[in-house]
Design a binder for this molecule. Sequence first.
Ligand code: E4P
Length: 222
Amino acid sequence: MKLYLDTANISSIRRFNQMGILDGVTTNPSLISKEDGEFEEIVEEICKEVKGPVSVEVVGTDYETMVREAKQFSKFAPNVVVKIPIIPEGLRAVKTVSRLGIPVNVTLVFSANQGLLAAKAGASYVSPFIGRLDDIGHRGMDVVEDLVKIFGNYKMKAEVLVGSIRHPLHVIEAARAGASIATMPPEVMEKMVQHPLTDIGLKRFLDDWAKAKKKEKPSITV
Ligand code: E4P
């Protein structure tokens, strides 16, 4: 399963990329707005750091503007993926943009029907937002499970990119469901690394080693 960071923060992206666990990045207008600097510069810096796909979202809501923005963003870097919302004009734009050879991530997907339409229009990635569904009392993972099944049934090329992940259990559930990608905030990826028993275990090993060293038993020096 591929793991993406859902952030535009370059320090966080570098931190996890250096660990060798980062397959890509997703951004959105809210995440970009939190960072200092020009939009294009932020995107270019992320695209230089991460070799995998970097999703960048259009802000236009009419067909012409979305297509224009998509063409513009695709020139920022070869690994840019254009994010387009699942609205009627958006689907039109997905068709045009994907046929130009620009990969598209269809965003703000809250139902399996929306995801199916996005895949049919030519999306490379379909992003169900599970946390926001959970927030309103709907099981977000149902949409993920349905889409994995549907795309598999009909051998559709679109990948399920699980977004709006709130905690590490969401990542495990997405992996169990067979989603291709989970994108998460840096805090969630951090929690995936951590386990209290790892910290306790490491401390015990190092304490024992220090005690043994005092007795001058092991000949290995560290
Ligand atoms: C996905 O591509 C979106 O950027 C993101 O996951 C939205 O998550 P949120 O509900 O935490 O804003």
